[in-house]
Design a protein around this ligand. Structure first.
Ligand code: IMP
Ligand code: MG
Length: 175
């Protein structure tokens, strides 16, 4: 079994998610906002973030098929699940677990602009800056971390560890 080192406790995450909810609510106020979660990693963050908002939102999900079971990007991105909502003239906030190279985010931003969204912003729980390749930055970010492979609170390694309540650094990823 790989060893895990605690990086962010359940309490730290909960506090920061509430702050993000306030920041996002203050920015959008009465505008029609759609939260679009990126499956599978964002499912827990989305559930907590959505409940920390004080504004009305619609919620949908996409699934991106780029990483498969590996811990590094394969480079090519496609959607294996699209949104069902009409996004024309709506503000879209993408909800991601973690931004690493930024390629997924860059691709998704263009994809949602092409769907006619008024604006496309990104909220990520974790901003991992060291390996950034695409020229994109999250508009809302929970925590900055250095390079390293993280699991828990939705983040996986080969579909394991998503259900951990805190976030850990995985010393030897199973890949
Ligand atoms: P990017 O296109 O390299 O920014 O890929 C971001 C995606 O890679 C995230 O949505 C995660 O699914 C996955 N990913 C990147 N780093 C990690 C990590 O440390 N732990 C778990 N998944 C990760
Ligand atoms: Mg993932």
């Amino acid at each position: 079994m790989p060893t895990k080192k605690l990086i962010l406790s359940q309490q730290e995450i909960a506090r920061r998610v509430v702050e993000l909810g306030h920041e996002i609510s203050a920015l959008y106020q009465d505008r029609p906002l759609v939260l679009v979660g990126v499956l599978n990693g964002a499912f827990i963050f989305m559930a907590d973030l959505a409940r920390s908002l004080t504004i009305n939102v619609e919620i949908d999900f996409v699934r991106v098929a780029s990483y498969g079971m590996s811990s590094t990007s394969s480079g090519s991105i496609s959607l294996s699940k699209d949104v069902g909502l009409d996004l024309t003239d709506k503000d879209v906030l993408l909800v991601e677990d973690i931004v690493d190279t930024g390629r997924t985010l860059a691709w998704l931003k263009e994809f949602f602009h092409d769907k006619g969204a008024t604006s496309v912003r990104l909220c990520t729980l974790i901003n991992k800056k060291e390996r950034r390749q695409a020229a994109v930055e999250p508009d809302f970010s929970g925590f900055d971390v250095d390079e390293g492979f993280l699991v828990g609170y939705g983040l996986d390694c080969a579909e394991q560890y998503r259900n951990l309540a805190a976030i850990y650094h995985l010393e030897k990823p199973l890949v």
